[in-house]
Design a protein around this ligand. Sequence first.
Ligand code: ATP
Length: 349
Amino acid sequence: MIAADPQMTGTPADTQPALSLQGLSRRFGDTHALREVSLDIAEGEFFTIVGPSGSGKTTLLRILAGLDQPTTGALLLRGKDVTGQPPNKRPTAMVFQSLALFDHRSVGQNVEFALKMRGIDAATRKARALELLDLVRLGPDYYGKAVTQCSGGERQRVALARALASDPEILFFDEPLSALDYRLRKTLEVELRSLQRRTGRTFVYITHSLEEAMVMSDRIGIMKDGQLVQVGTPSDIYDRPRDRFVARFMGEVNILQIRDEHLPELDSPLPGFADGHLILRPEALHTDGQGIGIKVTVQERFQLGSRVQLHLDTPAGLMIAEQPASCALQPGDEAQFHFDPAQAHRVTE
Ligand code: ATP
């Protein structure tokens, strides 16, 4: 399906990254949108870039896709320098948040667009479009439908099929699911992941939703102020955030200061722990068991399916605990919670 890259001859595919980002920086006047971003993305990897608004995600993705150029640095695609090469000269495709479908054309015409541009005959185009629609789980009936007759989720699938039509080696995704409702988003997250596995293509995705990143990705890169501050598997990042920024970004966490082998806010000794912060997930706090005790007053109780979330007033400020639904604590109750510091993760920054 994909023509061999002459530069790749004799080189095992798995030793050559699909993309190699080498010190990419981008300035807009005085704004440093990207600062020295270096990273290798492997062939067939689902890599997601996550970060808050303004952290540089779109700038980075646009440079990777060839829609913008870095101020300094280089981008290698399978070992070949493509910095400065326009997007249509690259074996890549992009799926935008806005989808950018041609509304006045049919689903089939949208999917076939790249094939028509290449001068492929109508019968071959149609056969390929039907295959692609099948790949994104749209039946042959959709081929002749107007795009305007499709629902949000169906349009999303059409955009995917259209991006896949040019048989790209790498697909870039710019928050394609953010406009969809929660349930549809969840379904499409799983489908995108499965599509990526079935096609074996490299997917590079940006989102501000860490939940989305956790579901789909082989690896996640966390961006802050134009830099990649941590790169790792979802569990690396969830279990071992490198600093408080990443820990907070990963969801609800409790953060306790450690100074002189003490937790000053709890007035508890913590022998053997160097200065820094302790990251405690809500599920690390228990009403029974041993470890460091915290006297709390329950402020709020929220039912989360089979679990309850409790907001606790503590000497260290507001803390959040997650308990089984059988937990009887109600707002106003006083209680003693515990956690095992050996199970907690410590960060220095
Ligand atoms: P969001 O999630 O809100 O889309 P983002 O993480 O994608 O944010 P970018 O759009 O990459 O962030 O922007 C990074 C920084 O670069 C921001 O400070 C932004 O204002 C600035 N920036 C981006 N594009 C331009 C531009 N064309 N001209 C000037 N400044 C820009």
